[in-house]
Write a protein that binds this ligand. Structure first.
Ligand code: PLP
Length: 419
């Protein structure tokens, strides 16, 4: 666990060397070297994160915030050290504002279903964008249904960016919540969240940011972003599954009611009533994913040592190369901005004449792992005019060799399916 300022190893990042830190990247799939391009779904883990999990269970396994024996103390220290680390990682916020959840989905559900449910009425509006992942859409659908609040959507334009000209017409004092993804998991578009947040605040709305795709890839300063609540998942940023973060402004989290009740979230309990613990513990009922949180610390160390700017620069290089190469192949429709500006490394596309599921199955025979389907964004795909797409998504350990492997496999697929 680290408390010192991060050291930067190098810029630009040396992906070929970093690959050696990820044991799984040495394996073969169907007799071919693994080409892992499904990073928007989840990322691979460096040995030090795997070691941290093992170390925790081998040396310090205990429950947190309860016992006063040595192991309990070590487990609590490891768990709470990660909270401090997350607070630094997202721009130096207060540790009380960092709540551990199971992931982005749980964090957004907590905000929508356990807080907004009580704050919204039929006269209110919730503003989303047309590119939201179901995790930042379905909870709001259910809130709208229960409260009578109206859902409105900021549209995307023909370049697959948000149509910011339409924002003025949508924002007024009836909008109480603006919930927006920082980076689309389908289009790769990086949204101008700070601009949106500033304008949302002018009409008194709260801003909820789904940072599941941006926290792993961009420097994240939640305060500079102008957000009120931000959610992200550890497993998409080299950490273990089952760990997520909800950051919220202290004043807002203070007003929110807990959503789960039981051990360790209380201050005082009698047979008649209970009062809640201080932030952030009132939101962390029961035994959390202690090992996962402890190992997330190692993932954050790793990201900081490389540097988030360097990671983004590397991905710009990957995406520029991939966009060029896919264009050269021909017969490919790209869903998302076709230049690297304001763009992340999720690249969805359609190969004319081949269903994404068939394509993904074919690519797997060549060792190439991509995602096929609607990527938990069905309304967006409907808007794009397709039921599904194929998505390649890059991370810090991908190289231009991976782009070459993807493109060769796509060329083979076109020949195989006689396109
Ligand atoms: N939001 C976005 C933009 C995502 O890409 C994802 C996962 O793919 C989620 C939310 C949900 O994340 P999780 O499944 O870790 O809760």
């Amino acid at each position: 666990m680290s408390s010192a300022a991060p050291q930067t190893i190098e810029t630009p990042l040396d992906a070929r060397r970093l690959r050696g830190d990820f044991p799984i990247l040495a394996r073969e799939v169907r007799g071919r070297p693994l080409v892992y391009l499904d990073n928007a779904a989840t990322t691979q883990k460096p040995a030090r994160v795997i070691d941290a999990l093992q170390h925790y269970y081998t040396h310090s396994n205990s429950n947190v915030h309860r016992g006063i024996h040595t192991l309990a103390d070590e487990a609590t220290q490891a768990y709470e050290a990660t909270r401090d680390h997350v607070a630094r990682f997202i721009g130096g916020v207060k540790r009380e504002e960092v709540v551990f959840t199971r992931g982005t989905t749980e964090a957004l559900n907590l905000v929508a279903n356990h807080w907004m449910l009580h704050e919204l009425g039929p006269e209110d509006k919730i503003l989303l964008t047309e590119m939201e992942h179901h995790a930042n859409l379905v909870p709001w659908l259910t809130v709208a249904k229960s409260t009578g609040a109206q859902l409105i959507y900021l549209p995307i334009d023909e370049t697959y960016r948000l149509d910011m000209d339409k924002l003025t017409g949508l924002l007024d004092e009836t909008v109480k919540i603006v919930a927006v993804s920082h980076m689309s998991n389908v289009l790769g578009t990086i949204n101008p969240v700070s601009d949106i947040a500033q304008r949302a605040h002018e009409v008194g709305a709260q801003v909820v940011v789904d940072a599941a795709q941006s926290a792993p890839h961009l420097p994240l300063d939640v305060d500079a972003l102008g957000a009120d609540l931000v959610a992200f998942s550890a497993h998409k940023m080299l950490g273990p599954t089952g760990v997520g973060v909800l950051w919220g402004r202290e004043e807002l989290l203070g007003r929110m009611e807990p959503c789960q009740f039981g051990g360790e979230m209380i201050e005082w309990v009698t047979y008649e009533k209970a009062t809640w613990a201080d932030l952030p513990h009132k939101f962390e009922a029961g035994t959390p994913n202690i090992a996962g949180v402890a190992a997330f610390d190692a993932a954050l160390d790793y990201l900081e040592e490389i540097g988030m700017e360097a990671i983004h620069e590397h991905e710009v290089e990957m995406i520029t190369c991939a966009l060029d190469r896919l264009r050269d192949l021909g017969g490919i429709r790209i869903f998302g901005p076709d230049t690297f500006e304001q763009r992340g490394s999720a690249l969805s596309f359609e190969v004319e004449g081949i269903h994404p599921h068939d394509l993904s199955t074919f690519l797997d025979t060549r060792g190439v792992a991509v995602r096929a389907g609607h990527h938990c964004a069905q309304p967006l795909h409907r808007k794009m005019g397709v039921p599904a797409s194929t998505r390649a998504s890059f991370y810090l350990y991908n190289t231009t060799d991976d782009v070459d492997s993807l493109c060769s496999a796509l060329q083979e697929a076109k020949e195989y399916f006689r396109i």
